[in-house]
Design a protein. Sequence first.
Length: 398
Amino acid sequence: MSHLHACPRSSQLVNLLVVPLAVFASAAHAQDSTPAAAPVNATATAGASSLTGSLKIVKLLWKSSPAAAARTLSKSLSVALERDQLASLPEALAPMQAMFVQVVEPSDPRYAVSLAALALSDPNATRLQAALRNALEGQEPGDAELLVNVWFKVAPDDAFDHFTTSFTALPKGVVLPILMQRALATDRNRAAGIILEGWDKWPRELQVAAIEPMTAQASTMLRVVKAIEAKRVPKDLVNMNQLRKWQNSGDIELVSAIENVWGRVRESDDAERQKLVQQKLQLLRQGDSRGSLSRGQLVFTRVCSQCHQLHGQGYEVGPAITNNGRGNLEQLVSNVFDPSLVIGAAFQAKTVLTADGEVISGLVVADDERFLKLKVQGGKILEFNKAEDIEQVRASNK
């Protein structure tokens, strides 16, 4: 784990962080002497019960195996955040507050998760904003993601304010893409406005990563199309699949905006694709091709790697292509220029229409009576509550 103590500013950060934790400890002690609170509701009680097992493990491992305790607690908090079980957390975490407060060294593997737990269990968690913000630097991706998720839950306005200036105030490392993804997940319209307003300041790889979630909802897709029409965002960042899913949406303003930029998008282009495949094969066989390895690598990084791995680079959403689909020249060219011609059963995607009006496609990684999990472009796992989040699920034809 990369710890904050390796940072030149580590002593300053320790001072900044210990103060809020000390304040919390004082508040926690004061609460111990107050009369018992009113009984919690049934939902909170049920949520607390679901955390009991994992928290018992955390207590057992807390001193003997700090790293394992941190991983277990981090997973429990992440699941609670994903399933919006925040009401159950204060009760479940209350018996462990003294343990969390004692972890004050940023080099401790339990430090980030202890701060997250304190913020989630403190009714006045906004006083820990500075600690959350300062603790982000130097964390491993998992710890940084947990802290960012907690920050947006307990103090969303403060987190958004920081996100607004993050592309100039923070190093272009682990934290920035995590901030962007959480901002989009928390309030997509608000985040899209910030991203598009400062588009030229964002690194190219983050521009690419922002496009997929911003094209998943009609309101933010319209923002993207208008930004492209105004020449502020490159047209080639939006692909045909992203355009097709809105072509027959019935959203007159969005469809009109798309047609103003791209014209009418064809529903099916299989015949054209097959013609292109044959043309490329002919050029290759005649030795007339003038391909560019460097440009091909850029295309793979920008487009293909969002779903495929090649020599260990990219995301495992579709099949890995290091050895697959390259048995002969015809197969290789067909897979490059007509990738949806044949889709194996293991890679048949599902498309979800959410209650918020988003259209999201991905591979099913888990499906039970209550929840559906999809792996989407960029390798991210999204979880949907079937009763609350989903309007419709259908098989995707792409």
